[in-house]
Design a protein around this ligand. Structure first.
Ligand code: GP9
Ligand code: MN
Length: 631
């Protein structure tokens, strides 16, 4: 009895050894960036937590199996880690199931695998050797039978380390699992093994929904799209930009409330304000993104489908069949690229872009990034545009190119030298700092326009500029109401704050401000009409913004709110869009054209239907049953 107590609980020793090895690998072999102390702590805890989860199982096994289990799981874990390392050396990315089984990435790797393996890698298996040696009871007596109490202790050890890991990860990245920003974040916070489990769950869920779908829903959806769209009506601008280059600039976190507005008496966006005078400007244009933030806006723009209510469609459904702009435009001779100086796997962009038919993604590695030219999330917008231009000049024309800016990203950090205006003064540091970074992005845009003109590309291009999503959340409503000089931010105001600037700049066209209610869902059909591309069989949920408003036109937000020409519906309340007056609450009309009716109700039904159709397409991967080219 006494003897057993002094015996080595090998599962604990193994967890520490394996955890420590994994931490060293994260830190020195994978290029995982650590930004603060909390991240460092998480990085140490998570491999121990995952190892404990696996190794602790051994205490329930029969004595004969315990040591074998520990030996082989240590080996298997090390091999998984090592495969990831080899993959990472080539792609600076972690393995995921779709990449392993469907992508060309893994196939590419096959041929170069030997070149990515180095002799010192052997040290990655040191812990396996030690565990193996100890398990043979060579040195220490090893504990092989566990009493109830010790088994309970094992459960407590596993759950508490996982819990601490999860809580710290939640503090560091709220909603990490639902939002799945980036594989590096997931690995950093959960550990590579829990990340694989997460990936497995996600993948199985996706697969099940897909398996149970058949093409029958497409007929109904097609009917709905045909009846509810005005995309068939042709606006006067049909074909005005035929064969022109298309440049889309996505302005990180820029909301409409900064347009033609001032802070401390200074204009916030002088360049955009000027540009509006020479562009089509949509003053009631809404972002429709949800958890996938920037990537959701990219999805909306390229597909005119809604992003998902949970998670980022770029992650969860990157293997679906779509009919995205780059693919459609390829048929018109267009070359498609994205310019964005961030890690290519962020939002799973590398995988989704390939699926969406982009010819090239100029990501972090295409840029020279150093301490001087970066701030916050990375390369500052001015050098970003400067460095992008040479690439833009070199690609085949006509091109479809998206530029995604980064400087105006939360927490809106900017060096003093780059700040042309003073921050605002309120109790929200976030809102205060927002203005100088918005101004910086505005200046970067001005510079980009100059460069486009100098390079001669300007005349042959149309330029679409758009805010991707909100930058200031409702958490800052106190400061926001102060800035907007309002008593409070009501739910109605909150919806109105979801407006983001949208400009279509066509050289030679004079400016026009358009008040029609519109949103990111409308970009694809609008752009295709400008380019003179007819596609009657396309399934899009947006309409060409330049055509007349149909009377049931509405813009649905992903949180259940919507905006129609006359009403705004949010949080169970129906408002008059123009006055903000409450017309109905919870289905009961206070005052409406027909007493007893809630004027928002019929639109609400349509909005819900439309969102559910779009979700069906994505969850069921329904486009695989639909022929877009059939005459
Ligand atoms: C990251 C950038 C910002 O690459 O697009 O992402 P966000 O957090 O805004 O979605
Ligand atoms: Mn963004």
């Amino acid at each position: 009895m006494q003897l057993n107590k002094n015996k080595l609980p090998l599962y604990i020793v193994s967890s520490i050894l394996f955890g420590l090895k994994t931490y060293i690998a994260y830190r020195f072999l994978f290029n995982i960036s650590i930004e603060n102390f909390l991240q460092e702590i998480i990085l140490i805890i998570n491999p121990v937590a995952s190892a404990l989860l696996v190794f602790a199982v051994s205490v329930w096994l029969k004595e004969k199996w315990q040591m074998r289990y520990l030996r082989y799981s240590a080996l298997l874990g090390s091999l998984i880690l090592y495969f990831n390392l080899i993959f990472y050396r080539n792609f600076t990315d972690f393995l995921t199931l779709p990449v392993l089984f469907q992508g060309s990435n893994a196939a590419d790797l096959g041929s170069s695998i030997l070149a990515l393996m180095y002799l010192p890698d052997i040290f990655l298996f040191t812990d396996v050797l030690i565990i193996w040696y100890l398990s043979k009871k060579h040195y220490f007596p090893v504990k092989e039978s566990y009493k109830k109490k010790s088994k309970k202790l094992a459960i407590i050890a596993v759950t508490s380390t996982l819990f601490v890991n999860f809580v710290l990860a939640e503090i560091e990245r709220p909603q990490l699992l639902q939002r799945a920003f980036d594989r590096e974040y997931l690995v950093k916070n959960l550990g590579i093994f829990n990340f694989h489990i997460y990936d497995l769950v996600l993948q199985s869920k996706t697969k099940v929904q897909r398996v149970f779908a058949d093409g029958t829903e497409m007929t109904e959806i097609r009917e709905y799209v045909k009846n509810h769209q005005s995309s068939k009506e042709v606006s006067d601008l049909f074909g005005v930009a035929e064969d022109k280059n298309v440049i889309i600039v996505s302005l990180e976190s820029v909301q409409s409330f900064v347009i033609n507005n001032t802070v401390n008496g200074e204009e916030i966006t002088p360049f955009l304000n000027e540009l509006i005078e020479e562009s089509y400007y949509f003053e009631n244009f809404y972002h429709q993104t949800e958890q996938g933030k920037t990537s959701d806006h990219e999805f909306l723009v390229d597909n005119s489908l809604y992003p998902l209510p949970r998670g980022a469609v770029y992650f969860t459904h990157s293997q679906n069949e779509y009919n995205p702009l780059p693919e459609l435009l390829k048929g018109q001779g267009y070359y498609s690229t994205v310019f964005h100086a961030n890690n290519k796997s962020f939002w799973n962009r590398d995988v989704m872009y390939e699926n969406n038919g982009y010819d090239h993604f100029y990501e972090e590695e295409a840029y020279e990034i150093n301490d001087d030219n970066s701030v916050g999330w990375g390369l500052k917008d001015k050098p970003f545009f400067e460095q992008s231009l040479k690439y833009l000049q070199s690609i085949p024309q006509p091109f479809y190119s998206r530029f995604i800016t980064l400087t105006n990203h939360y927490p809106f950090n900017l060096g003093e030298d780059d700040a042309s205006i003073e921050p605002y003064d309120s109790n929200s540091k976030t809102l205060n700092q927002y203005f100088p970074t918005v101004r910086y992005t505005d200046e970067a845009l001005a510079l980009f326009f100059e460069q486009l003109k100098e390079s001669g590309l300007y005349e042959d291009s149309i330029i679409l500029i758009m805010g991707d999503h909100y930058g200031i959340s409702d958490f800052h409503n106190n400061a926001m109401s102060e800035f907007l000089d309002k008593e409070e931010i009501t739910p109605y105001d909150q919806v109105q704050l979801q407006r983001v600037p949208f400009l279509i700049h066509i050289p030679g066209h004079s400016g026009e401000t358009i008040s029609k209610v519109s949103g990111q869902i409308d970009v694809k059909p609008t752009l295709l009409n400008l380019l003179g591309v007819k596609n009657d069989k396309d399934i899009v949920f947006g309409t060409d913004i330049f055509t007349d408003t149909s009377k049931d036109n509405f813009i649905a937000l992903r949180n259940g709110s919507f905006i129609s020409e006359n009403y705004i519906y949010t949080k169970n309340q129906c408002y008059d869009r123009l006055t903000g007056e409450v017309l109905a609450i919870d289905g009961n009309a206070l005052q409406s054209p027909k007493a007893g009716d809630n004027p928002c109700e019929p639109i609400k039904e349509n909005a819900e239907k439309e969102l559910s159709y779009s979700d069906k397409i994505v969850y069921g991967d329904l486009f695989r049953f639909y022929d877009f080219d059939e005459k």
